[in-house]
Design a protein around this ligand. Structure first.
Ligand code: COA
Ligand code: AMP
Ligand code: ZN
Length: 438
């Protein structure tokens, strides 16, 4: 490692566009061949009437059918593996028990490559082995935990696995350990600053903080600027998803002009979510990713459901890995709140387990002061508002059941039948007032 180099992996980071394409084609062919070890892809290729030999150019990628989250659910838990289970060393699983969750398997090589990718991102924004990196992501199944942990260690930083929550302790670590960089969910940075203010800790005066890595949930440019101003440091957008390992997929460089997606690891396509045809370069569409160096569970043409657009290949930082715009929305109804992914159907299924409740409910997402919240209003089948203790117990039970399912605590409000708006046509179940995609 050359501390003075702008690049951690110059041999990959400074490739020209045509060199990137050559490498991608080679890796794509290898990946497709390797996928034939997976029962799922063997069948997919047979059904599509293609063989790995049909993939001769990058354009031939289009011959391969898309892979979806539903495919991951249908093959739960291990049906997508491309290597024997005995050679896998880790799995990450999505939240929720209603319906099948998704499972992503990793070999030791996958974990190594993942750590390299995250280290490369952190290096790109100026972090070096002398830095102290604190990670406020949830650990366990949240890939932001172990993903950043191994990446920051790979770079050589002293790494503090603070994990989510307990803001007082986070602040003590920041001041006592001389933390210079933090990874945090954007909505959590505002909470952290609120507690710093309460404690009389000024990030500029009392800490060594110089870099924030913010990601794992959508946020606007305005929100980023606000975060940078309140903390007095630069905040870089980090994009990742569990299906693609986790963090380390796309990251802003110091220019902050979009997120470089590592094209030696992924092939990016942007398609119209309705027609699934490519959109003209520069237009917003759904991002489709093909992994190029995964061993345990490669994914071909995975529909991420995230909406974004390609900004360009050139950047003053010297990297030609394509720059993506910050995420502009989703083409499905998944909610990302506090870095946690939630499908409304998960909430519905839990609510329907309570016989006291009717089928009408409304999920509202708000930013209240410094916190992002979810309120679940649900109509009672029959009114028993006079029985306060019964109402209180029911509210508590529903809250608990929802927390078990979606991993965060919503505010639950039981309301009288007929209170919630009845929509014409398809019911509106989610109202998002957070303005995260602006
Ligand atoms: N990251 C870190 N801490 C968070 C957080 C977040 N996204 N959202 C809330 N917190 C903090 C709260 O501030 C609170 O600590 P404090 O009171 O000392 O400030 C603590 O977590 C608990 O908050 P509460 O609202 O009571 O918890 P909850 O039951 O709703 O669960 C979390 C919230 C934090 C457990 C859940 O949102 C979580 O695990 N988020 C992290 C997700 C993540 O890491 N995603 C990365 C994906 S790669
Ligand atoms: P997970 O699989 O839990 O890591 O969640 C991945 C999802 O979180 C992505 O598909 C996006 O919808 C969202 N996400 C992650 N990072 C970002 C980011 N930087 N900006 C917007 N959305 C993000
Ligand atoms: Zn750049």
């Amino acid at each position: 490692m050359d501390n003075n180099s702008e690049y951690l992996h110059p041999e990959f980071e400074t490739l020209s566009v045509s060199e990137i394409r050559d490498l991608q084609l080679k890796r794509l062919k290898d990946t497709v061949k390797h996928c034939m070890n997976s029962e799922f892809y063997r069948k997919r290729f047979q059904e599509a009437g293609i063989t790995p030999d049909d993939i001769k150019t990058l354009d031939d990628l289009k011959k391969i059918p898309f892979t979806t989250k539903q495919d991951l659910r249908d093959t739960y838990p291990f049906g997508m593996a491309s290597i024997p289970l005995k050679d896998c060393v880790r799995l990450h699983s999505s939240s929720g028990t209603t319906g099948n969750p998704t499972v992503i398997l990793h070999s030791q090589k996958d974990l190594d490559e993942w750590a390299n990718a995250v280290a490369r991102c952190l290096w790109m924004v100026g972090l070096r082995p002398e830095d102290v990196f604190q990670n406020s992501s949830g650990y366990g199944m949240f890939t932001g935990g172990l993903g950043f942990q191994y990446g920051a260690e790979r770079l050589g930083m002293l790494t503090v696995p603070a994990a989510a929550g307990n803001s007082l302790r986070q602040i003590k670590f920041i001041t006592d350990f001389g933390t210079t960089a933090i990874h945090a969910i954007p909505s959590y940075v505002t909470r952290l600053k609120e507690v710093m203010d309460q404690q009389g800790v000024d990030p500029q005066r009392d800490t060594k903080l110089k870099t924030l890595v913010i990601g794992a949930e959508p946020h606007s440019e305005e929100q980023r600027k606000r975060i940078e101003k309140m903390m007095g440091v630069k905040a870089y957008n980090s994009f990742g998803m569990s299906e693609m390992c986790g963090p380390g997929v796309a990251f802003e460089c110091k220019e902050q002009n979009g997120l470089h997606i590592w094209e030696d690891y992924y092939i990016v396509e942007i398609v119209d979510p309705e027609t699934l045809e490519p959109v003209p370069e520069g237009e917003i569409g759904e991002m489709v990713l093909t992994t190029l160096n995964r061993e345990a569970m490669p994914l071909l043409r995975y529909r991420t459901r995230d909406l974004t657009r390609i900004l360009g290949h050139d950047c003053p930082c010297g990297r030609h890995h394509v720059r993506l715009d910050r995420m502009k929305g989703r083409s499905d109804d998944m909610i990302v709140l506090r870095g946690v992914n939630i499908f409304p159907i998960q909430i519905e299924k839990i609510l329907m387990q309570f016989k006291e409740l009717s089928t009408n409910y409304l999920i509202t997402l708000t930013t209240d002061g410094d916190n992002d919240n979810m309120t679940v209003e649900v109509e009672l089948e029959e009114l028993f508002t006079d029985d306060y203790s019964r109402l209180e117990k029911l509210t508590k039970d529903i809250t608990r059941a929802l927390k078990d399912e979606i991993l965060l605590t919503p505010r639950v409000k039981l309301v009288a039948k007929g209170t919630l708006p009845v929509s014409e046509g398809k019911a509106v179940r989610v109202v998002d007032k957070r303005k995260v995609y602006e």
